[in-house]
Design a protein. Structure first.
Length: 215
């Protein structure tokens, strides 16, 4: 895959760009701790919008390439999202048999996800999913390219994604971020755009979290 060249802002000061993005990751970790303390969407939703604006600002030229839809990317995203969703339920049932307390822990997570109306939660979740892809599969790996290889950049960003989601205090959320993030990172590298991981992300998260919970 040919990685788009960094934006003018990144070329002028790549270290500062990386520092800004690292600050956003740290902010994500801190703010998502509201997950079990109240309305997480009222906090993470606006912050996700800030993340999207920041990512667009540091990658103004690459953004068009990243988000350019193609039939191939859309088809791959749809197929992956449907497959991920279909496999989630039997995998969860198998994991529940091995970890007896898993059902209870997941029910607690669902209670946190139901802290507001479904329409409001879904609306903010769209912004959050877009921010995740722009930051962890777009801007952050691109910002690390002056120092790391492509695979290393995505590997570090994947680890940070799982760490940021771990701010919820749940090992389940961190583990799911690691698994799903790996798949979405592969789609990003394989297709060369963010369209495929976005489509897969948009299918999996609302379905599993809101529409058809695993428990």
């Amino acid at each position: 895959m040919t990685v788009p060249p960094p934006s003018a802002a990144s070329r002028l000061n790549p270290a500062a760009t990386l520092g800004l993005l690292a600050g956003l990751v740290f902010g994500w970790f801190l703010l998502i701790q509201y997950f079990e303390e109240g309305d997480v969407y009222g906090v993470m939703g606006p912050f996700a919008c800030v993340v999207c604006v920041a990512c667009a600002a540091v990658n103004p030229h690459a953004l068009g390439t990243w988000l350019r839809p193609t039939p191939r990317a859309i088809a791959i995203g749809l197929g992956t999202g449907i497959a991920m969703t279909a496999l989630t339920y039997p995998v969860f049932q198998g994991a529940s048999a091995l970890v007896p307390d898993l059902d209870r822990q997941v029910e607690v997570l669902y209670a946190g996800a139901r802290s507001t109306t479904l329409a409001r939660a879904l609306s903010w979740t769209v912004a959050i999913m877009l921010a995740e892809e722009l930051l962890f599969r777009g801007s952050f790996p691109a910002a690390m390219r002056p120092w790391l290889s492509e695979l290393q950049s995505y590997g570090v960003s994947l680890a940070l994604y799982a760490l940021a989601q771990g701010g919820t205090g749940s090992w389940i959320v961190a583990a799911m971020a690691l698994v799903c993030g790996t798949i979405w990172s592969f789609l990003r590298i394989y297709t060369g755009t963010l369209v495929a991981p976005l489509v897969a992300h948009f299918i999996w998260t609302p379905t599993v979290i809101f529409l058809y919970p695993v428990t």
